[in-house]
Design a protein. Sequence first.
Length: 320
Amino acid sequence: MKEVTFIRRNIEKWKETEKVVERAASLSPDQLADTYTDLTADLAFAQTHFPTSRITIYLNNLASALHNEIYRNKREKWTRIITFWTQEVPRTMHDARRELLTSFLIFVASALIGVLSAANDPDFVRLILGNGYVDMTLDNIANGEPMAVYNGSSEVPMFLGITLNNVMVSFNCFAMGLLTSFGTGYMLLSNGIMVGAFQTFFYQHDLLWESSLAIWLHGTLEIWAIIVAGAAGLALGNGWLFPGTYSRLESFRRGAKRGLKIVIGTVPVFIMAGFIEGFLTRHTELPDVLRLGVIFTSLAFIIFYYIYLPNRKKHGITET
C-alpha cells in the first residue's frame, strides 16, 4: 500500500483518536484499549513500510499520548457494570451495524423461505418442527386451546428453563462464528426457517391473529436478541475472513472481543423475553390491546437501544 493511500484511508480515524485522547477521562477503559490497539496496529504498519516518514512520527506521538492517558485513568469506576450496558454495548452495536443489518436480512430471508416452503409442502412443518410437536399442537387446536404449549409447566421453572435455553442458543450462534461467518449464517438460517414455518402452520389453521399475539408477545425481544447474537457471530467470523490491514490473528482477536461484548449484552433481553413467555404468554385471555401494548413496547425498546442509542453514543464521541 502506498503511503498516500494509507493516510487517506485512516486520516479521519486518527483525528477521532486525537479527540479520544482529549476526552480520555470520560471514556471507558475498554474504549480506550480498543482505540489504542487500533492505533498501534497502524503504527506498526507505518514503521514497517514507511519508517522514516513524518506520518510514522505522528502516529508514534499519538500512541504515546494515548498510552499515558490509559495508565492515568486505568482504575475502573465502580459504575462499570452500568456503563457496560448504557455506554459500551451501544457503541459496539454502532461499530457492528453492518453485521447487525446482515444478520437481520439473513433471518428475514430465512423466515420467508420457511413461509413459502410450509405453504407449498404439507409435510414441511413436520420436517422442521417434528411430528411430536405438530401432533401435540393439533390436539391443542382440536381442544380449543391452540396456545396450550405455553401452559406446559408452572411459571418460574418455565421462565428459568426458557431463559437458559435462549442464552445458550445465542452463545452457540456467536460461537459458530469460529467456523467463519458461514457457521453463524447457518444458525440464523435454521432459526428463521423454523419461525416462518411455525407461524405459517397456525395461519393454515385460521389462527394467525391469535398465534401472532401469543408468539410475538415474547418473541419480539427473543427473536431480535437472536438476530443480535447473529451479528456477534458475524463479527467473530469476519475477523477470520476480512483481516484488512491487521494480521489474521489480531483481526480475529478484535472481532472476538467485539462479538463477545455484543452477545453478553443480549442476556438482559433474553431474561425479559423469558419472563414474558413464562408469566404472560400463557394468559391468552388477556385483552388484545394489552398484549399489543407489550409487543409495541418491546419494539420501541429495540429501536431505542439498538438503533437510536448507538448512533447517539457514536456522535457523542465524535462531536467536539
